[in-house]
Design a protein. Sequence first.
Length: 242
Amino acid sequence: MYIDDAYFSRSFAFNSTLMDIERIEVLRGPQGTLFGKNTVGGVIHIVSEKPEFANNGQIELNYGNYNFFQARAKINRELIKNKLAVRLTGTYTRRDGYITDKVPAIEVVNKTNFYGFRGSALYTPNPNTLITLRGYYGKDGNAENTFVYASKPDYDPVGVPADEGMNTKQNVPNTFDRQQYGTVAKGEFKLGRTTLTSITAFNNSVDTYFGIMTCRRPMCLFGSNSETPERKSGNTHSFATG
């Protein structure tokens, strides 16, 4: 998966609820010539909108069941006529979990809670030069990590009573935190009939998760603690003629 020409080795590391998508390209593999390694099966390329030389904005509000609420907004401003423009987008999403946990300490974090923003700038010092800078930040503070255990009334394979419907009461304290941020710089330079394109990108994602479950039998013990950083940086250059 690529977002604005930047490679994401783990697609789940990006959860920015993009509002300003221009298009999504689904390319059949292999795509090693243009996109490099790890593209034998193809490429999903998300391209966001570039800043434009105009002044405009948009806001979107959504509300749904489970107290779902989402706010997304974007604003575009031309700072220097026909030369410099900027675009800012932001989003906030929250929702209660689908499953009700009767343990208050667990139920309070059994939600979706995400916010993030993106900024971009477009600079054209002359007709033959186009420079685009992008940056983003996102944070997931909670995760709907609660689950239910379904079983027949007379069948108890793991020594845990079955839950009732979508209600549970488990002793699974859990924490979750995901932060991601990065930048992309792209320069396009026309050299006669040839265009030189330079792309430099840096992505970082850190996920921290911890959960423990205990029950009457040793086989029910479960725990995990992970802090998995992903850092990607690189610089690529390509020539295109037309």
